[in-house]
Structure formats: C-alpha cells, structure tokens
Ligand binder design. Structure first.
Ligand code: GLC
Length: 413
C-alpha cells in the first residue's frame, strides 16, 4: 500500500492502473485507517475534490499524464480542471467513511473531516437516484459495464451484444502490455466499451440525457446493494453528527431500495440477478453480483439463501467466492470477472452475511481470502480452482482487505 501511495491518493497498482480509481480508493482507505487514520481520510477527500458539479463522482481521476493506460483523458474529453473519466463506480465511500468513523481512535479530527465529507457523499447518492432511476423504482442503473467495477462479467454479455461497434475510432489497448491477455477482457468487448464512451462524449457528458440514450442500462444487484448500504450507514453517521435531514433522506433511499431489491430475486438461479432495463427482463447469469446483494440489509431468508448458494459453490471451487458459477459454460477461472475470486467482493459479502448472522459461510470466505494471499501474494484476482495469481500484482485494495480481514474477523472458537 505504501509503495502505491502517491501522497494524496493511491494507485491500484503501478503500470496497469497509474491513476486514482473511485472504489479502489474508498476500500483502500479502510486498510489505511488501521495504521494512519489521517491518510485514510485524505484518500476519500481527494476523490471528492474531483466530484462533478452535478454530484457525480468519476471512476478515474487522471492526476498526472501517463500514456501507459487506455483510454486516457483525450478519449474521455470531459473538460474538467483535472481530467477525469465521465462515468462512475460502485459508491462504497459512504460505507467506508462511516466505518472509519465508528472505529476512530483519534475521534475529534476524524469527525471534523467526516462532517465536511457527509454532504458531498449524500449529493452523490442523490445524483444516482435523480439521474439513474428516472422512473423512481428505488434502484439505479449503470450505463457502462465499467461502472459496475465488474468490467467483463457474463452478466453483460447479452445486453452488450446489442451495443454497436460502428464508428469506433481505431485504438491501441495498453492493459495487455501489462497483464496476460488471457486474463483480460476481449478486443470485441473493448470496442464496445469505447463505443459507449464515444456516445456519451458526443452528448456532452450531460447526465440528464445519458441514461435514456444508452443502449446498455443494467440494474446490478451488487452495485445497488453497495449504494443502499452506503445510504443506510450514512444515515446513521448523519444522525450522530446532528444532520437530521441527510439522515432522513438517506434512510428513505435505503428502505425503498431494499424493498425493490426483491424484484431482482431470480428463483430459477436461487440468487439475485441483474435486471436489463432495455430488454425488460432478469438476466440468466449466476454471477457474484447477485451474491454481493447480501452487503445491504436484505431479508434474513434471502441472506440465508445466498449463504446456502455460496456453500454449494464451495463444493465446486477450492476458494470462495468465484465471480461466476463454475458449472456454467461461460465460467473462465482466469479471465477477470468471469470466474476469478476478488478479495474486495469477498470482504463485502462476508461483512453482509456476518451482519445477517450467517457466520459459518462468512468465516469460510474470510479464511479462503487469507489462504489465497498466503499461497499467491497480493494479486489483483485469483483462479478459484488453483489459487493462481492473475492480472496485476502488488495490488493496493487486496492488501487493504487483508489488513481489514485480519483485524476484524471473528476467530472460530
Ligand atoms: C478494473 C476493475 C475495477 C477496478 C479497476 C482498478 O477495471 O474491474 O473494478 O476499479 O480495475 O483496480
């Protein structure tokens, strides 16, 4: 983590990801807080220093030029003082800030800085419900797979096949010069990633128009669970800080959203699933997005079912939790979000299951996470069958999650 620290922000890993990423920073702050609370808050403050006037918090902040990454600022063309991307990422900052405050050792300064961040995080949450839930369903859509943080999940395959590829300017990928191409998204997917970026850019990054204009509009249970958990935790923090109106609105977002999550329950898969807003149907894809739903306060019987589903996956994979069901033909144990285990998702699922009283499965997830780094180091992600380290190495948020898990897990009696 210290090697990836650039002073006021942290890169996910040098080379492959040379800028600041949104949910990487918020989750990494949790790790920093164990040894430097002030630095942890700086990480989140830097992220919010680049919040857009409409409330959106971008997924990448290009603090300094680096041509080792594509697509860079010239492709996004967002016209910000410090260049940023034009889309967002899972809003985990509210959860992270509340957790850092609850555990603070140096309470005074932490609370003062949290007080300043509170309205900014709330503005981001309001932005989501305003621009990404125009019909008031209680749940928000992502409009680009990169927003989910699960870039090439099987969840997007069908919907993504409807995204055109015509008119995409020729480009040169940089990710495959840093990591094994067999561990990364395909060229066909990259072309569509860039198509959507070009489309949004042609609309001037006007968030009032992007949702309806996008041919990709997906309600991801994992993404929504992160948003709803952050709203619920921000509500508690706001109450503690005497910010009653923020607390009231945040709690209302959380309650309405958690009730709406029930529409994402897919009985055929026995787990939550994405809802494709363009096609108007649930997606037949048993991915980790539907299990990450347990990060928010879903009903106890649903948490039990998610735990049961993970326990069954545990009979097919050596390490929990594979990002896709290993019995499905699309499963690929080394390709990014189509099979590998990611420690950040493990951490959030285990946290939600433990809160719901599902301790046995939560502990198995935590134990597997530690076994993975013991066998294979601080990789970006891991093959759930072999523990092979995949993607980039020396990964910040993987290290942060290890610190978190070692400091917070309940040791079995
Ligand atoms: C990849 C991941 C995304 C992450 C980023 C930086 O794009 O899919 O979730 O934020 O890398 O680590």
């Amino acid at each position: 983590m210290q090697r990836n620290d650039r002073g006021h922000y942290t890169v996910p890993t040098a080379g492959l990801y040379p800028f600041q990423w949104n949910w990487d920073s918020a989750l990494s702050a949790l790790g920093f807080a164990h040894f430097d609370e002030a630095r942890a808050l700086t990480e989140i403050e830097t992220l919010f220093a680049h919040q857009w006037p409409d409330g959106m918090v971008p997924h990448i902040i290009f603090h300094q030029p680096d041509d080792g990454y594509f697509p860079g600022p010239d492709v996004w063309g967002t016209d910000r003082p410090v260049p940023t991307s034009g889309i967002t990422q899972p809003p985990v900052a509210g959860f992270a800030l509340a957790r850092i405050c609850n555990r603070a050792r140096d309470t005074g300064p932490v609370i003062e800085r949290a007080r300043a961040l509170l309205p900014r995080i709330h503005a981001w949450h309001q932005w989501f419900f305003r621009t990404r839930d125009p019909e008031g369903t209680g749940l928000v859509a992502i409009i680009h797979p990169w927003e989910s943080g699960r870039d090439n999940s099987v969840d997007w395959d069908d919907a993504f096949s409807r995204v055109p590829t015509e008119g995409v300017a020729p480009f040169k990928r940089r990710d495959i010069t840093h990591a094994n191409p067999a561990h990364r998204p395909t060229d066909a997917q990259y072309t569509r990633f860039i198509y959507l970026v070009q489309l949004f850019r042609s609309l001037g990054w006007d968030n009032a128009r992007l949702h309806d204009a996008s041919s990709f509009r997906m309600v991801d249970p994992g993404f929504n669970a992160i948003l709803l958990r952050s709203c619920a935790d921000l509500a508690d923090l706001a109450d503690a800080l005497g910010e009653g109106e923020i607390a009231r609105q945040s709690r209302a977002f959380a309650q309405r959203g958690i009730a709406a999550m029930e529409h994402l329950w897919n009985p055929a898969l026995d787990q939550y699933a994405c809802f494709d807003r363009v096609a108007g149907q649930l997606v037949d894809s048993p991915s980790i997005g539907g299990l990450l739903a347990a990060f928010c306060a879903i009903p106890p019987e649903r948490a039990r079912a998610v735990a049961g589903r993970i326990a069954r996956l545990g009979t097919q994979a050596r390490f929990m939790v594979p990002s896709h069901d290993p019995t499905r033909p699309e499963f690929d144990g080394k390709r990014y979000w189509r099979g590998p285990v990611w420690l950040i998702v493990n951490y959030m699922i285990a946290d939600g299951l433990a809160a719901a009283g599902e301790h046995e499965v939560a502990q198995r997830i935590q134990t597997d996470s530690i076994r993975l780094i013991e066998e294979s180091g601080f990789a970006e992600y891991y093959d759930p069958l072999t523990a092979e380290p995949c993607g980039g190495g020396s990964f910040t948020w993987t290290a942060a999650m290890v610190i978190e898990i070692l400091n917070t897990r309940r040791v079995p009696a």
